[in-house]
Design a protein around this ligand. Structure first.
Ligand code: PGA
Length: 248
């Protein structure tokens, strides 16, 4: 197994240019010896300033969304070209908050993913079940549908990062247990093998997300199928560095 671990932050609608700059300056020396890839996905308006602040460090800046069209009448949206102009390398797609509050569907996730890949931006495609779906044994069915539709027509699925984020674990302080996260991510990997190819399944990077923090990251990262984390709340503080350095 030669998958490089990948820890990414998701600032959501938090931070300002001033507080973001300060945090990145503090993080830079703390994460410089990381053995994993490191990214912070930030609100679109902060991207230029955060790219400048992170320049020369091992912290890459990502976006929290990207539109599928090249340009046009899509008020409030951001295109892949706009992101590329600033050297953005990653974009979160289909986060459960986008699905819940902004009408994101597996179909729109698919369109955004295809556009990101075409632009050379690595999509971090979020999937995950709600509490009700888990409690009624629908987890695998939901994840299968999200993967099949969300990744339809993707040529090289190994260029995608998948973030498995159980909706019930996001921002709730209720993390999936190591075993639950491992079992579900193993299912996701197996599904990628079926939908694409067994080699793709071995290569694709799959993160866990949902109340991952400095305390529980070691146990999660020790699981054979968990290759990283998508970190919300804990990426707004220098705690993020402790997660990046989970193996130190
Ligand atoms: P959390 O968020 O770490 O605050 O639970 C994770 C996410 O939504 O990506």
């Amino acid at each position: 197994m030669n998958r490089k671990p990948f820890i990414a932050g998701n600032w959501k609608m938090n931070m300002t240019a001033a507080s973001g700059k300060k945090l990145i300056e503090e993080l830079k020396p703390l994460v410089e010896n990381a053995d994993c890839d490191v990214a912070l996905c930030v609100p679109a308006i902060l991207i230029p300033e955060m790219v400048k602040t992170a320049a020369g460090s091992n912290i890459k800046i990502g976006a929290e969304n990207v539109h599928w069209a090249k340009s046009g009448a899509y008020t409030g949206e951001i295109s892949a070209d706009m992101l590329k102009e600033y050297g953005v390398e990653y974009a979160i797609i289909g986060h459960s908050e986008r699905r819940q509050y902004f009408g994101e569907t597996d179909e729109s996730v698919n369109k955004r993913t295809l556009t990101a890949l075409e632009a050379g931006i690595t999509p971090i495609v979020c999937i995950g079940e709600t509490l009700e779906e888990r409690e009624t044994d629908k987890t695998n069915e939901v994840l299968y549908r999200q993967l099949k539709t969300g990744l339809a027509n993707v040529d090289d699925v190994t260029k995608v990062v998948i973030a498995y984020e159980p909706v019930w674990a996001i921002g709730t302080g209720r993390t999936a247990t190591d075993a639950q996260a491992q079992e579900t991510i193993a299912f996701i990997r197996k599904t990628i093998g079926e939908l694409f190819c067994p080699k793709c399944a071995e290569k694709i990077v799959i993160q866990y997300g949902g109340s991952m923090n400095a305390g529980n990251c070691k146990g999660l990262m020790a699981q054979p199928d968990i290759d990283g984390g998508l970190i919300g709340g804990a990426s707004l503080k220098t705690d993020f560095a402790a997660i990046v350095n989970y193996n130190k």
